[in-house]
Design a protein. Structure first.
Length: 527
């Protein structure tokens, strides 16, 4: 303070400034000088914490000749203080998101300070009124941080005077993820909350605060198989207020928590469930009763959470699975195709955990005959198998004689219908002429079935020989049996002894028995 009339006598000269008391009101603060100059024209004072901008003046006193104290007051000057930020910290551990409270320690904050938030380019984001908490050796403010950007610098402004900007006051706060909007949701039991769910390739909307980075430095992280999947978010995917963004759910995403990363800082996390989708089925066509593989997304390798459904007309069949393995971004589900599958219109659906796909994947089913037989009493031919059309006329039957030439025949028939049974399906055909044995196959659309033998077995000739047998290294009885409709598998009973079959076709069988059983009877051909 520069002036005149200063007194060097102790406790006779004071600088009167203003401060904020514990009731947040202004009051006078009396300061003793730290030093004088030799000409008594300059004094130095140290302003303590709590001093605020206002009016100052000097008051001096002395004792006159009459022994009375005389007070002298100088003119008043208006002064302002420049705030100083000494240190900062988050108000509460674990609460370090945009919008959380920040504590600011320093001096010269004044009675109604503001805190300005600037982005990394020095552009003002917003000014927020701070709360003056206490006065001690250091002044303390508490302020709610901006939600407009998670990378900010702070400046305290008091009575229009701002503190210095400093790199040491730059903050990287956590962005906030508040909600996810997806195509589907499911309620959480005993709660009013819901969990969003979506499919791979769908677009979801994420809402929150501070999603835009300094450059295009924003990404969304999804849960993958034993890893996190980061998807970069462009500036055009983020709303102007930085509080919402859209992102496409990537391949490989699974049930789990997603978060937003801005300027390298992770947000909080919210759950997102992935609805499974079938991408491929092999083989194509599938064969009922044989192994098939479903390749799907949104499915992990927890076998107990995987379920597969087949919709065959009005019947819904749940099929157990053999195993689940992960191959890159796809899950391979191995199972046995159920028997009860018709040629077309079979829909397959897959479920993982709580979500099941829409089940609109339609299968190609290979026609397959398990067996065929003719009831000689009513001349009804039954063809049992899978993959037949439920529309009887769409099953094209090929008939042959069971002779060596595989002669085609066109018997007079009437198709009675297609019926479900425990082995799959049964085509019933009324034979209207004298055709009673042979071979049949079924073609449905482009799917050609296997060929099977049907009709009564007929033995036309049996030759018996005693010959040396290499397998047993002894003489054995050998039967050479000729006939019709034997089929490719089955046993031969000679008397009460089952023979060892060395060769079998529809027309010829070689069977071996001990010599003592060679002439036993009867001979029964089993099929």
């Amino acid at each position: 303070v520069y002036g005149s009339g200063f007194s060097p006598k102790e406790n006779s000269t004071f600088l009167i400034v203003e401060k904020i008391n514990t009731k947040n009101a202004r009051e006078k603060l009396w300061l003793r000088p730290d030093s004088f100059d030799s000409g008594l024209t300059q004094m130095k004072f140290k302003l303590p914490a709590g001093t605020v901008s206002g009016n100052m003046y000097i008051q001096s006193s002395y004792i006159n000749t009459e022994g009375k104290e005389v007070l002298n007051m100088s003119n008043q000057l208006t002064y302002k203080l420049k705030p100083i930020i000494v240190s900062t910290t988050w108000s509460q551990k674990g609460y370090e998101q945009v919008g959380d409270k920040l504590k600011i320690y320093g001096l010269g904050f004044g009675r109604s300070p503001m805190v300005n938030f600037y982005n990394a380019d020095g552009v003002l984001l917003e000014g927020v009124k701070a709360k003056y908490i206490e006065e001690g050796d250091m002044e303390l403010l508490e302020v709610v941080t901006t939600k407009k950007n998670n990378n900010f610098n702070i400046v305290v402004v008091s009575d229009g005077i701002a503190s210095d900007q400093s790199d040491s006051l730059k903050y990287l706060a956590k962005p906030i993820l508040s909600s996810i909007k997806a195509s589907f949701t499911r309620p959480i039991l005993s709660s009013n909350q819901v969990i969003p769910a979506t499919k791979i390739g769908d677009t979801i909307t994420i809402s929150g605060f501070s999603f835009r980075g300094n450059t295009e430095n924003t990404s969304v992280e999804f849960q993958g198989y034993n890893k996190r999947i980061a998807v970069a978010v462009g500036a055009d995917q983020i709303t102007k207020d930085n509080n919402s963004l859209k992102v496409i759910v990537p391949n490989g995403a699974l049930n789990g928590y997603i978060g937003v990363k801005v300027n390298g800082i992770d947000s909080n996390f919210l759950p997102l469930e992935i609805i499974p989708s079938i991408k491929e089925i092999s083989p194509s066509p599938i064969v009922p009763g044989e192994e098939m593989i479903i390749r799907a997304v949104g499915v992990a390798d927890v076998k107990d959470l995987v379920k597969v459904y087949f919709k065959n007309g009005n019947e819904l069949v749940k099929q157990d699975i053999i195993s689940v393995t992960m191959k890159d971004e796809l899950a391979e589900v191995h199972l046995i195709a159920p028997y009860k599958l018709s040629y077309k219109g079979v829909e397959i659906g897959i479920q993982y955990d709580r979500w099941k796909d829409d089940g609109t994947t339609v299968l190609n089913v290979q026609a397959k005959i398990v067996r065929a037989g003719l009831n000689m009493d009513n001349k009804v031919l039954s063809i049992v198998g899978q993959g037949f059309s439920i529309v009887a006329k769409e099953n094209v039957i090929t008939y042959k004689y069971a002779d060596k030439e595989q002669t085609l025949v066109e018997p007079k028939v009437r198709i009675l219908g297609v019926y479900p049974n425990d082995e799959g399906q049964e085509i019933r055909i009324q034979i209207l002429d004298d055709y009673y044995y042979g071979r049949v196959s079924v073609k449905v659309g482009e799917m050609q079935s296997n060929e099977v033998n049907f009709g009564p077995i007929e033995i036309s000739n049996i030759a018996r020989r005693i010959e040396y047998n290499n397998t047993s290294n002894s003489m054995m009885g050998v039967l050479y049996i000729s006939g019709y409709n034997f089929g490719s598998s089955g046993g031969v009973l000679v008397g009460d002894k089952w023979a060892e079959v060395h060769y079998r076709s529809d027309f010829f069988i070689i069977a071996v028995v001990p010599v003592e059983n060679l002439h036993s009877g009867p001979i029964i051909i089993a099929r």
